[in-house]
Write a protein that binds this ligand. Structure first.
Ligand code: GLN
Length: 487
């Protein structure tokens, strides 16, 4: 049996039944990585020995009949901006190429508490800035459905690895769509929890008021299991919220009778691929057939979301990235004449062009004389966007829309046109600005055989209704079972 093809919950059942061992699972996934990663280039680091050692420990506990957490013995990989003690964490940037964190991010610690098997770290757009993973300083990850195409981004390595069965579960981060968009383009499940649900401690910061960690998985059940593992208050992150965390597996029920689903007029935009729109409309009809009530809603300020995001995110990034100065850690340029020269050369050589563009945009938006016109204005518009959602959620329980206006595009197609690249997040950014939970689940393929993602956005801290809607749809369709043929 090809164990690498299974989900975490399927593997869990077999582990507990004594049919397989964690070492067998781990070997199977490691062999899969060896077989396919030269094609998709999802991994920056694979920690084979650590993985096998962790698997052996779980197997001993299993043999002894010790109580174990749900995810024990399941191989998981992390986007390479989540700090892992003793394992390089590069953010796919030259400036952090040799950085080995002295501590674990809270989510990494929580996964260790679950006794997962750590496989390695996944490629991404440098510092999570991008929508295609082409901004990695190391390599371009490829979409397993078509190796000439991008996997989406910035968590492109994570989405490609899951789609190619080169990891069982993964964690990514989503600042403007970086979990949901690559999940959509690779035909898997990806969820951004409510801002504050998951600790950001040890997540290398891009835009702190938007960043949120979440799972990328093969199905909705695995997504709920991963959420259970990573959510919760953390005194180390003052923006993590001290609210009880529900058991998300309780939401894995097929029940959307009378659920009110809002379809925003503004989300079926000009320029959207007709195939994408068709698949999403079919999915909405399917949900209606399953008992949901479909309601048209309006989110009138959506058209300003991308512009607002591209003020706020770069502004925060310019402050967050000031720490990479070559002094305390990371890359330092050689042959410099004085301190200022060292700063300049370190940052010029250490950062890629997109990161520099963001730092310049952000610095400009925050500079004296422009702050009110740009940053302050953007914050006001952000409030209007949030209010649109508040009003819509008075009428509906979830909002359903496409995740991405197009399927995966060709490598190189948008690299010279940052605005076109930015527009690929037009449907995901509003949920980040409003702090809302959102999931992308597979809802079919385009005529070119490329996956389409269905996005479900919920009220703040109502991941449960999002998961219940997603699970009901998934269980009544086969789209999540479709896998690319990589061989
Ligand atoms: N593509 C968006 C950007 O470039 C979002 C990235 C993200 O969510 N990390 O900023």
């Amino acid at each position: 049996m090809e164990l690498f093809r299974l989900t975490a919950h399927e593997l869990h059942d077999k582990l507990r039944a004594g049919e397989i061992t964690s070492v067998e699972i781990t070997q199977s996934v490691l062999e899969r990585i060896n077989a396919v990663d030269s094609k998709i280039q999802a991994y920056v680091t694979v920690v084979e020995e650590l993985a096998l050692e962790q698997a052996r420990i779980v197997d001993v506990h299993l043999r002894d009949g010790d109580p174990l957490p749900l995810l024990a013995g399941i191989p998981v990989s992390l986007k390479d901006l989540i700090c892992t003690k003793g394992i390089p964490t590069t953010c796919s940037s030259r400036i952090l190429q040799d950085f080995v964190p002295p501590y674990d991010a809270t989510v990494a610690q929580k996964l260790n508490d679950q006794q997962i098997v750590m496989l390695g770290k996944l490629n991404m757009d440098e510092f999570a800035m991008g929508s295609s993973t082409e901004n990695s300083a190391f390599m371009v990850t490829r979409n397993p459905w078509d190796l000439e195409r991008i996997p989406g981004g910035s968590s492109g390595g994570a989405a490609a690895a899951i789609a190619a069965d080169a990891a069982i579960c993964a964690l990514g981060s989503d600042t403007g769509g970086s979990i949901r968009q690559p999940a959509a383009l690779c035909g898997i499940v990806g969820m951004k929890p409510t801002y504050g649900r998951v600790s950001r401690y040890g997540l290398v910061a891009f835009a702190s008021s938007l960043d949120q960690i979440g799972p990328l998985t093969k199905d909705v059940t695995d997504c709920a299991w991963m959420l259970n593992a990573i959510c919760g208050h953390d005194p180390m992150d003052s923006t993590s919220v001290n609210l009880p965390v529900p058991d998300f597996t309780q939401s894995l029920v097929q029940d959307i009778e009378d659920l009110r689903i809002g379809i925003p007029d503004e989300y079926f935009i000009e320029g959207m691929e007709s195939d994408v729109e068709r698949r999403v409309r079919e999915a909405i009809a399917e949900l209606e057939g399953l008992g949901a009530q479909v309601v048209r809603v309006s989110l009138p300020h959506s058209e300003y979301a991308v512009a607002t995001y591209y003020i706020i995110a770069p502004a925060e990034a310019s402050a967050n990235l000031a720490r990479y100065d070559g002094v305390r850690y990371g890359f330092r340029a050689e042959e410099t004449t004085d301190l200022i020269d060292m700063y300049k050369k370190t940052r010029s050589k250490g950062f890629g062009s997109e990161v520099k563009r963001r730092i310049m945009l952000g610095t400009y938006a925050l500079s004296s004389g422009f702050y009110d016109a740009y940053y302050l204005k953007a914050q006001k518009v952000r409030t209007l966007i949030k209010q649109d959602f508040d009003e819509a959620f008075e009428q509906v329980d979830v909002i359903v829309a496409p995740t991405s206006p197009t399927g995966a595009f060709k490598i190189g197609e948008k690299v010279d046109d940052p605005l076109q690249m930015y527009l690929s997040d037009i449907l995901t950014i509003p949920a980040n600005l409003a702090g809302l939970p959102g999931i992308s689940i597979p809802c079919g393929l385009t005529l070119q055989n490329l996956p389409v993602g269905l996005q479900i956005v919920g009220k703040p801290f109502d991941e449960e209704t999002v998961l219940r809607t997603a699970y009901t749809y998934e269980q009544n369709t086969d789209h999540h079972k479709q896998r690319p043929t990589l061989e």
